[in-house]
Ligand binder design. Structure first.
Ligand code: PHB
Length: 386
């Protein structure tokens, strides 16, 4: 027997088997999302949206099957680094998808950068993620906290409001949303006269509502989301404040929450990068498929998850499913135009959507689109050096 030939044949067979195995390997996607606490419904909507797009593609992205891993991050920043490393080191995921809470997301982005793992942020608006923490592997399909809140500034001023009190949770998302609103409102000519806050995720609003009533501003601007937003809108209404001091917010205040808020939310005006009643063929098809699969209408969180899968699809298609071409995968994602249900968007150099911000009014169980508050709004990406 010719040993050299045999060895060569075995080597060839092994190489063939290895490449076959690689092609058959699934792409590992790690969801780091809140599945408990005040943001639990938001995490589920993001996962639902992501999986819906993958299902629409026959269960594959770029021709590769997807394997899912998940961690409940509980919206707890203290556990964020450890939770991120479960997905990165233990599960060795290829792409991280998450999360909702800005404080958790900043730790997640640091862990992603340290391990050079690609991250698509599907909600958390922390300005730093596409600011000082930006990087070639960091992407976002949602927004910065600055974006929707800034857009409300001129809208509110143009309704005749000259003074505002703000109220929010004291953490990155609240602080930055208030900062965005204040910038837009004061640039237009208004004045924020008082900034109120309480720790995340507390919902004891009574003493703060009393302070608002005593201050008598022309309006109130707020950032709350999820379970906390439900309670805030109910309490504001129950205190009768909505009769004298109109309430405005970034649209998280009323997204995915209207069933629970009921009458207390009717007529509220908010600004966000998604709305009900857009009535485009793209959005209508998405909404029909989402409702069919999950028995409820989609919200902004579902859209952000869906678009993360679309963004991954752009990257994987460009490299023909070969995930070892990481740099090309990322370049293709950065240059993609995402055919989102919200309307098509591109990414800024820092990796954040450049997108229209809608003005919406609560009508029944919908955040009906009223207008485009700002077209193609790009976050200033302060501090991002690429
Ligand atoms: C955030 O922490 O960045 C955050 C959380 C919930 C939202 C929006 C932003 O709905």
């Amino acid at each position: 027997m010719n040993h050299a030939l045999t060895r060569a044949a075995i080597a060839a067979a092994l190489t063939f088997a290895a490449s076959g195995a690689q092609a058959a390997d699934k792409i590992k996607v790690g969801f780091m999302l809140p599945y408990s606490g005040t943001f639990a419904a938001l995490g589920t909507a993001i996962e639902n949206g992501f999986k819906l797009y993958v299902a629409e593609q026959g269960g594959k992205l770029g021709g590769r099957e997807i394997e899912y891993f998940k961690v409940d991050d509980e919206s707890n920043p203290a556990k964020a680094a450890e939770n991120a490393n479960r997905l990165i080191k233990r599960d060795q995921v290829d792409v991280l998808i998450g999360t909702v809470h800005s404080g958790v997301a900043m730790a997640l982005a640091k862990a992603a950068k340290d391990s050079d793992t690609t991250l698509i942020v599907t909600n958390a608006g922390a300005n730093a993620i596409t600011g000082p923490l930006c990087g070639p592997g960091i992407f976002r399909t949602s927004f910065t906290n600055w974006q929707p809140a800034y857009a409300m500034g001129p809208v509110a001023f143009n309704k005749g409001h000259k003074t505002a009190v703000t109220i929010t949770w004291k953490y990155a998302a609240g602080d930055e949303a208030i900062g965005g609103f204040k910038e837009g409102f004061e640039k237009a000519g208004g004045k924020v006269v008082k900034e109120l806050s309480l720790p995340f995720p507390n919902v004891e609003f009574q003493s703060l509502l009393t302070e608002i009533a005593a201050t008598k501003p022309d309006m109130v601007f707020t950032f709350f989301a999820g379970g906390g937003a439900v309670k805030f809108v109910q309490d504001y209404h129950a205190a009768g404040l909505d009769k004298t001091i109109p309430l405005y917010g970034s649209g998280f205040l009323t997204d995915g929450t209207l069933q629970a808020q009921g009458a207390s939310a009717q007529g509220l005006l908010t600004t966000l990068h998604y709305a009900d009643g857009l009535n485009t063929p793209r959005d209508n098809a998405f909404r029909a498929d989402y409702a069919k699969n999950y028995n409820m209408p989609p919200d902004v969180y579902a859209v952000q998850g869906y678009d993360a899968a679309q963004l991954m699809q752009s990257g994987l298609t460009a490299v023909k499913g070969d995930f070892s071409k990481k740099a090309d995968f990322r370049t293709a994602m950065r240059g993609a135009t995402v055919d989102s249900p919200r309307g098509p968007f591109t990414l800024s150099p820092a990796g954040n959507p450049v997108q229209d911000i809608y003005l919406r009014r609560v009508d029944g169980l919908e955040n009906k689109v009223v207008d485009v508050a700002v077209k193609k709004l790009a976050d200033p990406a302060r501090g991002c050096k690429l």
